[in-house]
Design a protein around this ligand. Structure first.
Ligand code: SOE
Length: 397
């Protein structure tokens, strides 16, 4: 069994000798297809020498012309329009599911049964039951599995985790997180798949809320109880094919109270109706010895307040630029202050997954496995149940 190495060991791991190739079968060519492909190409020369070299074996998509264009753009060797054929390709060792939420379960389950390691975008599934079927499949197949909760791989978030793990912050009292965007306030924005429950499962909850739920579990621990409300501000939208209007059956926003097994309490929320908030994933943790605060729109910074800071006359929040060579992952990048971006979290994430595939470490606790994806889905289901009943709901995995 691989050892549970610390984040520093894992982040600094490098190939001894020539690194093996790992064949990638990419499902999807849109936003996540672009983010993942970019990371596959950058990884070998930035996490250098790489543990493994991703071979862009195949990319699959329903639209043959768009898939062919993506293959040319990123350098995939083959294209498929049927994921079943791509999964059968012996050149594919890793099935990377970057498709919409309703395309997560069936292809990932089939890929696991075919002996492929599976990397799946978040949220893992539309419901906890669907997520559980995916977890059962990968565990039965004995393949490695990971969910793309990429914010676990922001250096500032890793640093926050290390501060908590070391005990420096002490007992945690509060977790407070918001993930706010502004892109569907216009009622004429069409009812795309992210606004359709049959395709997405939920709205802001599964798309943005899943991220803050994962960070709550990654930094604080397991929730024990939640109490939530959801809201759909625009209840009808134009259909993408211009054939009329459709009812919006997902949340535009949610707010939830959270109680954790370790006694901490918190609030989380997500909305796509916040003018001026572009990709505002902001968290704050208040603890026994201090407070930490992070904002994705300033992702290289971590604000830290130490209760015992001295002299007390100058006690205040420190704004730490998390870009020193001793900060997580920074030995791979640039001199301090030369900041990195959202795209680089995917490079770190695949470095982590490849190390797990090579047996150097486990996906957990620093990466999110399908167990984390399933637990996340249970919490999302509990939030929707609480919003429907108006009562608190215990979180039971
Ligand atoms: C859209 O809301 C989105 O792309 C999410 O799907 C991603 O997970 C998030 O990282 C950025 O916003």
């Amino acid at each position: 069994m691989p050892e549970d190495v610390g984040f520093t060991t894992m982040a600094g791991a490098r190939a001894e000798g020539s690194a093996p190739e790992i064949g990638i079968g990419m499902l999807g060519y849109a936003f996540m297809g672009k983010a993942h492909s970019n990371a596959f190409k950058k990884l070998p020369y930035m996490m250098y020498p790489p543990l493994a070299v991703p071979r862009l074996a195949a990319i699959c998509g329903r639209n043959a012309a768009a898939t062919a264009e993506a293959a040319k753009r990123y350098g995939y060797e083959k294209t498929y329009s049927d994921w079943r054929e791509m999964i059968a390709d012996p050149a594919v060792q890793v099935f990377d599911n970057g498709g919409p939420n309703d395309a997560h379960a069936e292809p990932s389950i089939a890929a696991a049964a075919a002996g492929k390691h599976v990397f799946c975008e978040k949220p893992l599934a539309r419901t906890a039951a669907e997520a559980k079927s995916m977890l059962d499949a990968v565990e039965k197949a004995g393949v490695k599995h990971m969910v793309a909760f990429n914010y676990r791989f922001v250096p500032a978030i890793v640093q926050a985790r290390k501060l908590i793990e070391s005990g420096a912050l002490g007992r945690i009292f509060h977790f407070r997180a918001v993930y706010l965007q502004e892109w569907i306030i216009d009622p004429n924005f069409p009812k795309i798949w992210r606004l359709d429950a049959s395709q997405a499962g939920s709205g802001a909850l599964g798309d943005l809320g899943a991220h803050v739920i994962d960070l709550a579990r990654f930094l604080v621990g397991e929730p024990s109880r939640i109490m939530a409300m959801t809201k759909t501000f625009v209840e009808e939208r134009p259909l993408p094919d211009g054939s009329g209007k459709g009812k919006v059956d997902v949340d535009d926003a949610f707010i939830s109270l959270m109680e954790f097994q370790n006694g901490a309490i918190g609030t989380i929320e997500a909305s796509r109706f916040c003018h001026g908030r572009k990709n505002y994933n902001s968290i704050e943790i208040n603890a026994e010895h201090g407070t930490i605060r992070f904002n994705l729109e300033r992702m290289n910074e971590l604000d830290v307040f130490w209760a015992d800071d001295s002299p007390k006359e100058t006690r205040g929040f420190h704004n730490v630029l998390v870009t020193e060579s001793y900060h997580p992952y920074w030995e791979n990048w640039w001199p301090h202050g030369h900041i990195i971006g959202w795209e680089h979290t995917f490079v770190h994430e695949f470095h982590h997954f490849f190390g797990a595939i090579l047996g150097k470490w486990n996906v957990e606790p620093y990466g999110a496995s399908f167990v984390d994806g399933y637990r996340n889905a249970v919490i999302c289901d509990a939030i929707l149940a609480s919003a429907r009943s108006g009562r608190s709901v215990d979180v039971q995995y």
